[in-house]
Design a protein around this ligand. Structure first.
Ligand code: NAI
Length: 354
């Protein structure tokens, strides 16, 4: 146990002799107990690939019993092969997070297998597709919002009451994105789903603190995952898209993703977020600067002077490593983030420079 944990416990104990502070400090103590991951049950959505798999590995290695929930059986099979090699206590569940009945059945299964609801809920399942906002179809919105936002809502509504009733405290992590902190002109459904998730997590943070349940919204940039394959699980009734898609686009997206953060590092960063108990965890050193610049954008949107400042700044390079910028430029050449050919209201000369 680290020095500052001891200090915090003593501080909490001292204050707890005053009734006003008692409940809040019990919550603090629950959080400190949470720091010991050994024996805790962790439920990881999207745990069959990418960030979720990295998170599952790190939490499993820290002693958690991990439940991996994923919509792809092949992903579950592949990661279970990994965990069986190390004899880790990991239980797979085939789950589409948009299916509420299946979610309830999955929660029942966790209690049957481990005797309690999870103390750690990590929601990583997510999908994305790129294209101009004005090309988006209803189906683009329904699919992406369905998984990224409704899937998270389903996780909260299913598990939060069970976690509170179990009285064991806990922590909830939802993987949002840097893309949720600002607008994305080629990721409208995605950015709006992630922005909503960030707000939702902040709301739950305030609500769940008295129960000793912490909340962290993880906001990464590019990660080395399989998200370029997301369209493979897109439901048949939501297939109609306004975005240009082709095997070359998928490959270009993959080549961009491989430049991103390693998934085990993602897992370590998520664990750090839980340990620190921060509500928004950005896994980069310049996290405060990132938030400040997003806040400045909001301030600038409020006044005509601000709008002038904002327009003057517009052509500054975004904070992205050069090689990632370059990979996006190359991807654009094969049609990445562009509209499908039959969309006739987009004035391409105004939108694209290549
Ligand atoms: P990934 O595709 O490697 O992993 C996502 C997993 O979620 C897959 O195994 C997939 O089968 C599963 N999944 C998809 N839809 C599901 C559903 N309806 N129900 C249950 N499982 C479902 O992608 P990645 O990158 O690991 O994605 C994890 C999270 O990270 C997502 O929320 C994504 O939006 C977020 N993110 C990803 C970034 C990146 O650069 N890869 C950047 C920022 C955020």
């Amino acid at each position: 146990m680290k020095y500052f944990h001891v200090v915090k416990i003593l501080h909490a104990w001292k204050k707890s002799i005053f009734p006003d502070y008692l409940f809040r400090n019990l919550a603090v103590e629950w959080r400190l107990i949470m720091m010991d991951f050994k024996g805790k049950v962790a439920f990881v959505t999207g745990g069959g690939s990418g960030a979720g798999f990295g998170i599952a590995q790190i939490f499993s290695e820290a002693g958690c019993k991990v439940v991996i929930a994923d919509v792809r059986q092949d992903h579950l099979d592949r990661v279970m092969e990994h965990f069986r090699r190390s004899n880790a206590d990991v239980h797979p569940i085939l789950l589409d997070v948009t299916d509420r009945e299946a979610y309830i059945a999955a929660a029942d299964e966790v209690e049957r297998v481990y005797g309690t609801p999870p103390q750690i809920l990590i929601q990583s399942a997510g999908v994305n597709a790129f294209g101009p906002a004005e090309a988006s179809t209803y189906e683009d919105f329904d699919w992406i919002m369905g998984v990224n936002l409704n899937g998270v809502i389903n996780g909260m509504v299913t598990f939060v009451p069970r976690m509170i009733k179990a009285g064991l405290g806990g922590h909830i992590v939802t993987v949002a994105s840097l893309g949720g902190l600002g607008p994305g002109s080629t990721t409208a459904p995605y950015s709006c789903s992630k922005a909503a998730v960030i707000n939702l997590m902040e709301t739950y943070y305030e609500s769940l603190e008295p129960y000793g349940i912490g909340v962290t919204c993880f906001c990464p940039g590019n990660m080395n995952t399989n998200i370029h394959e997301a369209s493979l699980t897109r439901p048949e009734n939501l297939k109609s898209t306004g975005y240009y898609e082709s095997p070359e686009v998928m490959e270009a997206y993959r080549l961009h993703n491989v430049l991103g953060m390693d998934i085990r590092e993602v897992g370590r960063q998520v664990m750090k977020g839980v340990e620190q108990g921060v509500v928004i965890y950005i896994p980069y050193e310049d996290r405060e600067e990132i938030i400040r610049s997003e806040m400045q954008r909001m301030i600038d949107y409020c006044t005509p002077e601000g709008m002038t400042r904002l327009k003057a700044r517009k052509h500054q390079a975004p904070a992205m490593p050069n090689e990632e910028m370059e990979s996006l430029r190359v991807a654009a050449e094969v049609g990445f983030a562009k509209a499908k050919g039959d969309i006739d209201w987009i004035i391409r000369e105004r939108k694209y420079t290549n």
